[in-house]
Design a protein around this ligand. Structure first.
Ligand code: AMP
Length: 371
């Protein structure tokens, strides 16, 4: 077990690193962070800040030197670098999960191999291959870069063969997959966390509302039937067991009208849709993540009350500041990012409530989150 007083190294200095770090510091751990930018959200709260590119060998050696255990807050780390690091330092999550989740081709294949459902899909290394194979999939479909896409970037929805050329530029960056468009009714996410001894728990399941492909709201518990919640949890457990998870895995899913589930994608780290757990659960995703990577026994999560989390993007910061005094029940989190660029995740607000619909209206009527 890694104990208070020892140092947790975090690769990535964004908000996820910051919230992991804050959770760890409560218990008396020391935090070291590696991030290329000065004054990063996690750098601000860390004991040791290493400012260098993620593949800088000297910086990685320094991180190894000062850390008793190393974790990461995002999946687009160089896999070879992480693999090497895991051979030289204690990285309980390993590198394999990152290899799989940073490439949609590997990710889809792994979900299938775990026995969980994915949308029908094809893979293509070149645009020509896509053109040759597309009849086997049909329309509407979504073409996504295999590598490097997030928040709807690197993907194109195609309604018919005439639009196929719109996907051509995606191949400049990476191979692609094309997957059938899923006519889902709801999007939900299951965050599952597991320690090296194999003990695992899921957080209460969130229903996610996106705007412009970016998470806008998470509503917990998700407004779906109990049988759907149970099915979703079973699928997440299957995937986590197949992957030999240590740490945190967020499993994003589509729920169809008939209650069936299709897995969309995986993230091997704490997830935006789990931020609500800081206030609304007896253990947050960040505390549980730290327990898992430090080899502590995990706590079974319980939800205190129904909750809504709303993201605060760059354009919402000013209006939030203007109206904040009217909402003493809102828990406000801002991540310490200097520049409030449009669409940049700057913070979030968590609201516990005994009336989800009324609170959704209150959020809408606040005027902070105009479209
Ligand atoms: P992703 O980057 O894969 O998470 O996709 C971003 C968003 O696009 C998802 O949250 C969905 O709202 C939508 N989306 C992605 N894939 C599909 C699909 N196969 N069918 C329908 N909507 C999709």
């Amino acid at each position: 077990m890694i104990l208070p007083g020892q140092t947790i190294g975090i690769i990535g200095g964004g908000q996820l690193g910051r919230m992991m770090g804050l959770a760890a510091k409560e218990a008396g751990f020391r935090i070291a962070v590696l991030d290329p930018t000065n004054d990063s959200p996690c750098g601000q709260i860390a004991d040791i800040e290493i400012i260098a590119p993620y593949d800088d060998e000297q910086a990685l050696a320094e991180l190894r030197e000062v850390s008793d255990v190393i974790t990461f807050e995002f999946e687009n780390i160089d896999y070879e670098g992480l693999k090497q690091l895991s051979e030289q330092a204690y990285v309980p999550q390993g590198a394999e999960l990152v290899r799989i989740t940073q490439n949609r081709m590997y990710e889809k294949a792994a979900i299938r191999a775990a026995g969980a459902p994915v949308a029908p899909y094809i893979t293509a290394d070149t645009y020509k291959e896509l053109v040759d194979k597309i009849d086997g999939l049909g329309f509407p479909c979504i073409v996504k870069t295999a590598f490097g896409g997030y928040d709807g970037k690197g993907q194109v929805k195609l309604e018919s063969k005439e639009q196929l050329e719109e996907a051509q530029s995606l191949f400049e960056h990476s191979s692609c997959i094309a997957e059938a468009f899923v006519p889902f009714e709801k999007e939900i996410s299951v965050i599952i966390q597991r320690n090296p001894a194999g003990q695992s728990f899921c957080l209460p399941i969130a229903e996610n509302i996106h705007r412009h492909h970016i998470l806008h709201e998470s509503i917990v518990p998700a407004r779906v039937e109990d049988s759907v919640l149970q099915r979703a949890e079973r699928e997440a457990v299957k995937i986590a067991s197949y992957l030999g998870l240590v740490g945190t895995l967020a499993v994003e899913m589509f729920v169809l009208e008939n209650g069936s589930i299709v897995i969309n994608e995986l993230a091997p780290r704490p997830h935006n849709s789990g931020h609500y757990s800081i206030e609304a659960c007896n253990i947050s995703q960040f505390h549980q993540h730290i327990r898992a990577v430090c080899g502590w026994p995990l706590r079974e999560p319980k939800l205190w009350e129904s909750t809504i989390m709303v993201n605060v993007l760059g354009e919402h910061v000013e209006p939030l500041n203007q109206h904040i005094a009217n909402y003493p029940d809102w828990s406000v989190h801002l991540y310490g990012k200097a520049e409030a660029k449009e669409k940049r995740k700057m913070g979030h607000v968590t609201i516990m409530t005994n009336d989800l619909e009324e609170t959704l209206q209150e959020i809408e009527q606040s005027g902070i989150w105009e479209d």
